[in-house]
Design a protein around this ligand. Structure first.
Ligand code: FAD
Length: 380
């Protein structure tokens, strides 16, 4: 429990976007506190791609080198036919990304990345066990009520609280996200079994089948000691209440069996695999009102097929922090307007392409995503 009664800026949610927002706002000199519903930090398992567009933000926060030393640096994003192995595209990353886009492209365990982000925050201002349950907009501030009984007034509130955002609900009313019709299986595979197959496994490869079914497979550690995959599979519905359920190697074989030998070996090396529904919303028509403002999945959730959802959340955090720095806290109305003007088109475009699941399937120039620099992009 804290004895805080008022904070200047409250960030709701210490996920990947909220942690970035807090780091940047703190660095800019704002008095900012983050409130997270989870009782403590946990290393949630899965891989994540972080593009050069976002490594530039981590450079600003002072975490680029640390993350670059943990994550894998693929030379390419390959797209391949899941049956024949034919190369559909070879997108250059590695040294090319460093030179052309201004920062490395890494793939990393998201728990490792999140831990680095959380550890770097001022610990006395990150509050775990604070689930926001009520929001009252008042003349000079916003009164936040948490499930643990605490009530805290905030000058500004940033909703970085994910797809089921309480802040989004306050702005736009209750509305459950829509099931996208797609699920993803996620597994960290047994690397010894992979090696025993005698085959080579590329550091970052997306295998494609008909109807855009796919497996995205990649290293999550620089030393190659961890290999991860996430699938995308259309299904008729999602009948479970849980955020994810167990799957099995047999289920993977039933969906992807008799494919290219590397895919078969990947599935054979699968010991534990879970499956996750992908939820979605249409682009929101309101990003902020009064002292409340949204970022990340709270604002523009998407199916994950472009590997840019968290990147957009962190980009939002960077641009929002720059806008507030320019206007000062009292100029928040202008800051929120500038933020939306700078972010809406790009975030919506990424959301649309990610949902369409076409990204890098065929040769294309990804510079508009990766060369973007959220720390220098013009603000309106
Ligand atoms: P979240 O990460 O959802 O964080 C929200 C936080 O708010 C959570 O910690 C939650 O506990 C907290 N919270 C929620 N409600 C409350 C409340 N009422 N009070 C207090 N706290 C609350 N993105 C990429 O960039 N690259 C990838 O490679 C990639 N791969 C993906 C693969 C899969 C299978 C999936 C599902 C997603 C992937 N994404 C990827 C997308 C990425 O995970 C999300 O876009 C990202 O996590 C959004 O970050 P966020 O901070 O907005 O929200």
């Amino acid at each position: 429990m804290t004895s805080i009664e008022r904070v200047d800026i409250a960030v709701i949610g210490a996920g990947l976007g909220g942690a970035a927002a807090m780091a940047l706002l703190d660095q800019a000199g704002f008095s900012v506190h983050t409130f997270e519903q989870a009782p403590e930090f946990t290393r949630l398992g899965a891989g994540i791609h972080i593009g050069p567009n976002v490594m530039k933000i981590f450079r600003e926060i002072g975490l680029e080198d640390r993350l670059a030393s943990i994550g894998s640096h693929p030379d390419h994003w390959f797209s391949r036919d899941g049956n024949t192995g034919e190369y559909l595209s070879r997108i250059r990353l590695g040294d090319f990304a460093l030179k052309e886009y201004g920062a490395p492209y890494i793939t990393i365990h998201r728990g490792d990345m999140h831990a680095v982000q959380i550890e770097a925050l001022p610990q006395d201002r990150v509050h775990f066990g604070y689930k926001l349950t009520d929001i009252v907009e008042r003349d000079g501030d916003v009164l936040l009520t948490f499930e643990n009984g605490e009530k805290i007034a905030a000058g500004l509130v940033i909703g970085a609280d994910g797809i089921n955002s309480a802040i989004r609900e306050k702005l736009l009313g209750p509305e459950k996200p829509r099931f996208s019709g797609w699920i993803g299986h996620r597994a960290l595979v047994n690397v010894d079994k992979l090696r025993a197959s005698g085959l080579e496994f590329e550091a970052c490869v997306k295998w494609w089948w008909e109807a855009s079914r796919h497996i995205m497979a990649y290293d999550t550690k620089r030393d190659g000691s961890e290999y991860y995959y996430v699938t995308g599979v259309p299904v008729d519905g999602w009948e479970h209440d849980a955020p994810f359920v167990e799957s099995s190697r047999e289920e993977m074989e039933a969906i992807f069996g008799n494919s290219h030998p590397e895919v078969n070996a990947l599935i054979a090396a699968t010991e534990e695999v879970t499956k996750w529904p992908f939820w979605n919303r249409d682009p929101l028509n309101l990003w902020s009102r009064g002292r409340l403002c949204l970022l990340g999945d709270a604002c523009h959730p998407m199916r994950p097929h472009m590997a840019q959802g968290a990147c957009m959340a962190i980009e939002d955090a960077a641009v929002l922090s720059r806008c507030l720095t320019e206007t000062g806290e009292t100029g928040y109305a202008d800051a929120f307007r500038m933020y939306e003007a700078a972010r809406r088109e790009r975030a919506t475009k990424v959301q649309t392409i990610s949902n369409a699941n076409t990204w890098l399937k065929e040769p294309e120039d990804p510079a508009w995503v990766y060369a973007y620099d959220p720390m220098t992009v013009a603000l309106g």
